[in-house]
Write a protein that binds this ligand. Structure first.
Ligand code: ADP
Ligand code: MG
Ligand code: ZN
Length: 480
């Protein structure tokens, strides 16, 4: 298989974070709502109705394009994409075709090796409704249509065929999601279908410069599905070519349960959709003042923030990557550092990355639901850094912070949880622990270094975890 390389281009649909739909005032908050609760004559395409473009959706689309380094077109055109399917009440989808609002962007993936993936275009369009095929569960002989989602604003982000491995595709999606969340374009919750992706896959021999024939895989609703589907599809196409066969251009469906892709239909051509300019909407003009304002509102993007955390606080690139994966997490971290100062910034990153995220994860919570506010985590990091808390004590304090929401300073003061570094006090514990473990003392004298662990353990037990480990080590060695 190494004779061949994978070539992938992704088409991602992203739900824009607006309160109302793209062309009417119906709510977009349809997730979990009663079926067909959020519909009106416009989004169900009743005769005589007219669409009115949602300004907020346009702004969010523009913001996404700016964050992805795209060129914004001065004038773009909405187009009707005609097809018949029961989830599409109007019989056509309003999209953009020949003149999308932006193109020629880029997205840098971290690697290694780092790489720039081209963005071919981004256009605005409305979502379709949803069909419920309940035949199995309710013994219905028909399907049900829910139009709550019909008319929800989307952008479609089309990449160039620049991705070469499933790992790169995965990084592209992770980075794209982080950028869109940072900029506030979308919450990109894949479980709610706010980020959906189709993958175009072809293969060719290494060194060839023309592209092979591609298959388009639909229905990839998680990062894992994307990776698995790409690997499977790559293997299928390579095997086919090796047998002397040819890849046909078609739309395939990923079946996660069976771990395979299946032919769904031959690829539809643009002319199948009979695109024409949407007669009910005027051309969309990009107002220069608006663009200036949106540019000014664009925050520091994830990869830049990641690099800054590395240089400013001395974090490892991996740690900075974890912290900048979500804007809320990075904001939390920097609020904590504002309290503990740069000297304890690494400790803050450690405690956030392991203890706090570990507990949040176990409770299926995110950083915004954290019972430990960033200021408390900062205080804890400072207490560790200045030696007031050993890491063992800090763990206990942290457990209490999580349960009681009390600040670590207060816990240390009221519960006497301070680390003991006073040598005369520590010496008493050390002597007692050495007397308890004569064999370990003898082993240690004989050069068996591991034996010190048991004595240190004894000291920690006697001191209730409060003895300063560095002082303990020093005093044991003095006594040998
Ligand atoms: P369509 O509109 O028919 O879906 P596009 O030309 O817009 O086709 O391409 C859609 C996606 O397919 C893009 O992301 C593009 O990068 C990708 N793509 C095009 N050709 C290939 C190919 N030979 N192999 C892999 N991906 C491809
Ligand atoms: Mg397409
Ligand atoms: Zn409506």
């Amino acid at each position: 298989m190494t004779e061949f390389e994978m070539v992938v281009g992704l088409e991602c649909h992203v739900q824009l974070a607006t309160a109302s739909k793209l062309f009417c005032s119906c709510s977009t908050g349809s997730f979990g709502a009663e079926p067909n609760a959020n519909v009106c004559p416009v989004c169900t395409g009743q005769p005589g109705t007219l669409p009115v473009l949602n300004r907020k959706a346009v702004e969010l689309g523009f913001k996404a394009a700016l964050a992805l380094g795209c060129t914004l077109r001065d004038v773009s055109i909405f187009a009707r994409k005609n097809y018949f399917y029961p989830d599409l009440p109007k019989g056509y989808q309003i999209s953009q075709y020949e003149l999308p609002f932006s193109d020629h962007g880029r997205l840098d993936i971290p690697g290694p090796p780092a790489k720039t993936i081209g963005i071919h275009r981004i256009h605005l369009e409305e979502d379709a409704g949803k069909l419920l095929h309940l035949a199995g569960s309710r013994a219905l002989d028909h399907s049900l249509a829910d139009y709550n989602r019909a008319g929800t604003p989307l952008i479609e982000i089309v990449s160039e065929p620049d991705l070469r491995t499933s790992e790169e595709a995965s990084q592209y999606l992770t980075t794209l999601k982080a950028i869109l969340q940072y900029v506030g374009v979308s919450s990109c919750d894949m479980e709610k279908g706010e980020l959906r992706c189709d993958a175009n896959v072809s293969v060719r021999r290494h060194g060839e410069d023309t592209l092979g024939t591609r298959a388009e895989i639909k229905n990839l609703n998680s990062f894992k599905n994307v990776r698995d589907a790409l690997e499977h599809e790559f293997g299928r196409q390579v095997a086919l070519i090796k047998e002397g066969g040819r890849v046909v251009q078609e739309t395939r469906l990923w079946d996660a349960g069976r771990g395979a892709t299946f032919a769904m239909r031959s690829k539809e051509e643009a002319h199948d959709y009979r695109y024409f300019p949407e007669p009910d909407l005027v051309p969309l003009r990009a107002d220069p003042d608006l663009i200036e304002r949106l540019k000014a509102e664009t925050p520091e993007l994830p990869l830049m923030r990641r690099a800054r955390l590395v240089s400013q606080y001395g974090l490892s690139d991996d740690a900075a990557g974890v912290l900048t994966a979500e804007r809320a997490l990075a904001d939390y971290y920097e609020s904590a550092v504002a309290v503990c100062g740069p000297k304890a910034a690494k400790a803050a990153a450690n405690w956030l990355g392991t203890e706090l995220l570990g507990r949040l994860h176990a409770d299926k919570k995110t950083i915004v639901d954290s019972p430990v506010p960033p200021g408390h985590l900062g205080e804890l990091a400072a207490l560790i850094e200045e030696g007031t808390l050993s890491s063992r004590l800090a763990k206990e304090v942290f457990a209490k912070m999580w349960e009681t929401r009390v600040s670590p300073k207060e816990l240390v003061e009221t519960q006497g949880m301070t680390q003991v570094s006073d040598e005369s006090q520590v010496a008493q514990w050390v002597e007692a622990a050495m007397a308890d473990n004569p064999q370990s003392v003898a082993d240690l004298r004989a050069g068996k270094e591991q034996a010190i662990g048991r004595i240190v353990g004894g000291v920690m037990k006697r001191s209730g975890g409060k003895a300063n480990p560095a002082v303990v080590q020093k005093l044991i060695r003095e006594r040998l």
